[in-house]
Design a protein around this ligand. Sequence first.
Ligand code: ZN
Length: 141
Amino acid sequence: MCVGMLGFILVASWKEPVMATLRTRQEARERVEEVFSAALDRVIPAEESKPLKGGTFLEFEDQIEELVRAVVPTLLEERAALDPNAKVEAPGRCPHCGGRRVYLRREVTQPEVLSPHGKAVVRKQHARCRACGKSFSPSGS
Ligand SMILES: [Zn+2]
């Protein structure tokens, strides 16, 4: 996927970093719906010939918990990717010294965030300040 497809750059005022979301809403919704649909199919298969699994309320609860664990982290990832801060084009000011001699590092990490319903992966950019030498994440995460 080329950079231009990743989202729309929001034109910000001169003192704000230029930001962009990582995905369109439609892309985000489609991914969540796909994951949900697959998870729902494991609990209630659309095809009538496929048997329903489980026989006790406890087993039904386990199935639903599995669905939640499949869907919620994906929803969290997609919501985070839609944030205007998800992808900055310029690092803005240094949060440590307020300096403007900052640059975006090429490395982008994808740390796992532990949500109450499982692990979600978020994209994290890194910037460094030439004035004070400190590093920071321009998206504030
Ligand atoms: Zn600094």
